[in-house]
Design a protein around this ligand. Sequence first.
Ligand SMILES: NC(=O)c1ccc[n+]([C@@H]2O[C@H](COP(=O)([O-])OP(=O)(O)OC[C@H]3O[C@@H](n4cnc5c(N)ncnc54)[C@H](OP(=O)(O)O)[C@@H]3O)[C@@H](O)[C@H]2O)c1
Length: 432
Amino acid sequence: MISPLKIAVAGLGTVGGGVVKALTARRLDLTERAGRELDIVAVSARDANKARGFAHTNWTADPLALVKTDADVIVELIGGDEGIARQLVEAALESGKHVVTANKALLAKHGKALAVKAEKNNLQLKFEAAVAGGIPIVKALRESLISHGIHSVKGILNGTCNYILTEMEASGRSFAAVLKEAQAKGYAEADPTLDVGGGDTAHKLALLSTLAFGIAPDLGAMRVVGIEQITPADIHFASEFGFRIKLLGVSRRSHDAGQGWVIEQVVHPAMVRARSPLANVDGAANGVVVDAGEAGPYFFSGRGAGEAPTASAVVSDLVEIAQGSFTQVFGRPAARLAKLNAAGAGATQSAWYLRFEVLDAPGVLAEIAGQLSQTGVSIESMIQRGRAPSESVTIVMITHETAGAAVERALKAIAASDKVRARPCMIPMEAA
Ligand SMILES: NC(=O)c1ccc[n+]([C@@H]2O[C@H](COP(=O)([O-])OP(=O)(O)OC[C@H]3O[C@@H](n4cnc5c(N)ncnc54)[C@H](OP(=O)(O)O)[C@@H]3O)[C@@H](O)[C@H]2O)c1
């Protein structure tokens, strides 16, 4: 048997701890699959005295010291798009060491430069755990669904948001109440902004776009809307229309008469048909639908975060490296990843759910309808739910299919009216 693959693990938290435990507990089976032993030769974390539930040797507080060991692979599981994580990955690739990481924030920001560095040095940079936890979506887009081109990728990529929306639907409680409970149970971070604001989904979507379309990861032109404004009323109305609300990351390729092929990347709460696969991804799970053109649509679902699913993805990357298989980081030469030709802002074509909180006064409905019609938005159906006189009423409308930009223009004018009591809400209704 060939010599062991020597591994150094930086970060021994949720993911790093899971990786060490899996490599230890499943040593024999993994050796058979890899064709060689997988040996952890050094580890790094901040606190040497923290109880971690597993034994570790050759510990250092300085992750960069791992680069000076005889490890073949550095596993970066610290996190963060700059600082020590970036320094470590760069230093490893400059020192001739392969890298496995779960760090979507780092790759969304510096993915092209790091991939170029890896490929220039004939090294592997693998990141299956960075998107959708244990679901093998990176490998599927990088190596499997490549024959007919990808039309779109849509995913529920953040378990915290999906958990909150699922709980809001089940209990009728507000976003704030469910978030508070999720934080108390440890399902949401103390600072949940990156999750609920859509930023984490954006990082993952940028990587899926790169794999699907061969563009460099680009967060700049991505429209990102989180779930903070979703109310129990929206969820209730969605259900009346036969839909459920999910936070989706959507990356879609389309042909624009003026610009040629353009890619639209957007993260937003969307209504998905109640019987569609994505609508039935519940709780903290993740799901991804890939439209692979003539090769058909594919649906992946499973656990998108947590110790075991994420460790599973890291270990599969390590086994591939041990086997000696060489894959380009994003499935194409990194140096040739193209600059994003982004679809214009507000390009999303869809039917839209609109909700207005307005004063119960004469003429309000006519004012809203007038503004919508001025920007060419036509209404398919409408529901008005009143309360006691002098209180606000909720007006919900479904539009015919139209560009988001036209709806946004109308909503801006409507929001300026003194009869409108809260910022109007617009949610796209996904066709599938
Ligand atoms: N958690 C998930 O389910 C999940 C899923 C997918 C991807 N990821 C990604 O995986 C990565 C790790 O996430 P995690 O949840 O495992 O984080 P975590 O539990 O917070 O663990 C981070 C680890 O990094 C160590 N660390 C932090 N700063 C350090 C420094 N300056 N020097 C040395 N060690 C340092 C910490 O040391 P101490 O233990 O001593 O504090 C800890 O062991 C992140 O990029 C994250 O986005 C996580």
